[in-house]
Design a protein around this ligand. Structure first.
Ligand code: F6P
Length: 564
């Protein structure tokens, strides 16, 4: 039986008490970013960081030198660096599942083979063995050497997975579309709602489609249901087209040419009928939401090519190295995690907006929702004791400028604090001019305008100077002091995207460690799964209906009365 050491209760540390006092003093003195900028000409330089091609400006956060010092004290009193090192070394920091947490090994270079033995396995060697197989497979598909059963080259990937086996690949595929140059497009199906599959296979030619079934456990209801449906669709379409004649041999050959799988459970993949030759494995020490850089990214390797995927992995690795080797007082990754704790626990922020000023990143907030909320939405600590403070803020967002015309009103003038990360890139692959105006600059002007308005606001005098009627002045004032972090990259490359993902993975780790929680389990999804199994028969079975609570029963009766 594993013995689990109790986490230090952050709220009982001297640093926590000092942060509380410091917060109360700042609030009572009146927080003013305008004054803080005026008083300290070095503020921007002090709070700016460079990490590879990403530039960070933290100066528009509600922090002073003293805040940073106290947050660093908290990190040191909680031993965060030691826990980080334990994670990278493969210790079983996922206590409730008794597992190592080693997504960082997925991006270590092949030259690191032999340096990380976990549970008797050479982890880096294993990673590269699978990567090499995936790269070889992807090259065959991209070059046209791999053919469908009718002899045509593959032009579409239909990827089936959910949660971590979907959100990462979709997000990255969307983000790196300009790099998808092999004439192969990807479609992702996740929902068990039949509408998802029905709409996604419309227009797909089965003869040129490769289905990738992605599931860490290979037991997930949605994925297995959809995979069976895809199998039926594929075989029926090929039979209808006269490509195969419906004999078991021809069916098996069609499946062999059109279905591959990604899983940690290769035995279950074989049971499903997928050739083990066409299966790519990963390991229990890769959490679903931390798996886009494992075999789960197979669709990306096919669409983007091994070289781009390698660049993606190198972006992650650069941030990993920085996170491990940079002292926390200069470590923007650690600081961003600590800042989130500052807002959640001392300002009572309930949510955190992530606002990409890049349309290609339109699925990034959704991806981050699973990463952060499935990791840190917990009510007990890693030893099972209750948490005495708030955890896991709600992450949300939409790309700018769309959000500006939707929910920014609340961030600017609402009664809640919503710390926000703005993410933008200097260059665009789609430069265009409108009436002599560079449209990308028009776009970036909006990113800068929003962070400026949120930080510095607009005073009553400024509003009056515009001739506004006095009664309307309050409605048109902006208090300012709404915290933002700006992340400005050079180009949205595979490398930069890998770096961004690793950044948020480690931010999530920092927050989870402060709260003393196991950020790598997800028991909160289990009850719903169990109940769904127990409830579903009640749509038809009276006995099962009778066991339901009154509300569920009434809803099922409504269903029964209206089902066509
Ligand atoms: O429902 C939660 C979850 O277990 C996620 O953590 C995971 O990413 C997703 O389901 C899919 O699981 P699998 O990859 O095993 O199909």
């Amino acid at each position: 039986m594993t013995t689990v050491s109790a986490p230090i209760d952050a709220t009982k540390t001297p640093a926590w008490a000092a942060l509380q006092k410091h917060h109360d003093e700042l609030v009572s003195q009146g927080i003013s970013l305008k004054d803080w900028f005026a008083a300290d000409p070095d503020r921007v330089a002090k709070l700016s960081y460079d990490l590879g091609d990403l530039h960070f400006d933290l100066s528009k956060n509600l922090i002073t030198d003293e805040t940073v010092k106290l947050l660093l004290d908290l990190a040191s009193e909680l031993g965060i660096e030691a826990r980080r090192d334990a994670m990278f070394a493969g210790e079983h920091i996922n206590t409730t599942e008794d597992r190592a947490v080693l997504h960082t090994a997925l991006r270590r270079p092949a030259s690191d083979a032999g340096t990380l033995m976990v549970d008797g396995q050479d982890v880096v060697a294993d990673v590269h063995e699978v990567l090499d197989r995936m790269y070889a497979f992807a090259e065959r598909v991209r070059s046209g050497e791999w053919k469908g059963v009718s002899g045509k080259r593959i032009e579409h990937v239909l990827s089936i997975g959910i949660g971590g086996s979907d959100l990462g690949p979709v997000m990255v595929y969307e983000a790196l579309k300009p790099y998808a140059d092999a004439g192969i497009d990807c479609t992702y199906v996740s929902n068990i709602d039949p509408n998802d599959m029905a709409e996604k296979v419309k227009g797909l030619d089965p003869e040129t489609t490769l289905v990738i079934v992605v599931s860490k456990t290979f037991t997930t209801l949605e994925t297995l249901t959809n995979a069976r449906e895809a199998k039926t669709w594929m075989l029926k379409s090929l039979r209808d087209a006269g490509v195969i004649d419906g004999t078991p041999e021809q069916d098996a050959e069609a499946i062999r040419r059109h279905f591959v799988a990604v899983s940690t459970a290769l035995d279950l993949v074989a049971d499903f009928g997928i050739d083990p030759e066409n299966a790519f494995g990963f390991w229990s020490w890769v959490g679903g939401r931390y798996s886009v850089d494992s075999a789960v990214g197979l669709s990306l390797i096919v669409a983007l090519g091994p070289e781009r995927f390698q660049g993606f992995l190198e972006g992650f690795h650069e941030v990993d190295q920085y996170f491990v080797n940079t002292p926390f007082d200069k470590n923007v990754v650690a600081l961003m995690g600590l800042l989130n704790v500052w807002y959640v626990n001392f300002f009572g922020a309930e949510s955190h907006a992530v606002l990409p000023y890049n349309q290609y990143l339109h699925r990034f907030p959704a991806y981050l929702q699973q990463l952060t909320m499935e990791s840190n939405g917990k009510h007990v600590r890693w030893d099972g004791t209750p948490i005495t403070t708030a955890t896991g803020e709600i992450f949300w967002g939409e790309p700018g400028t769309n959000g500006q015309h939707a929910f920014y009103q609340l961030i600017h003038q609402g009664t809640r604090m919503v710390p926000a990360d703005f993410i933008a890139f200097v260059n665009t692959p789609n430069a265009v001019e409108d009436n002599g105006q560079d449209v990308h600059e028009l776009f970036l002007g909006n990113f800068l305008a929003q962070t400026k308005a949120l930080a510095f606001g607009k005073t009553a005098d400024e509003v009056r100077a515009e001739g506004t009627a006095e009664w309307m002045v309050p409605a048109r004032c902006f208090e300012g002091n709404r915290p933002t972090t700006s992340i400005f990259g050079v180009d949205l490359t595979p490398h930069a995207l890998g770096a961004l993902i690793a950044l948020y993975e480690h931010i999530t780790f920092i927050e989870g460690t402060v709260w003393g929680i196991d950020s790598y389990d997800q028991w909160g999804v289990e009850l719903g799964k169990q109940l769904a199994k127990q409830i579903t028969p009640a749509f038809h079975d009276d006995e099962a209906l009778d066991t339901q609570d009154a509300s569920t029963k009434a809803l099922i009766e409504f269903y029964r009365a209206n089902r066509r």
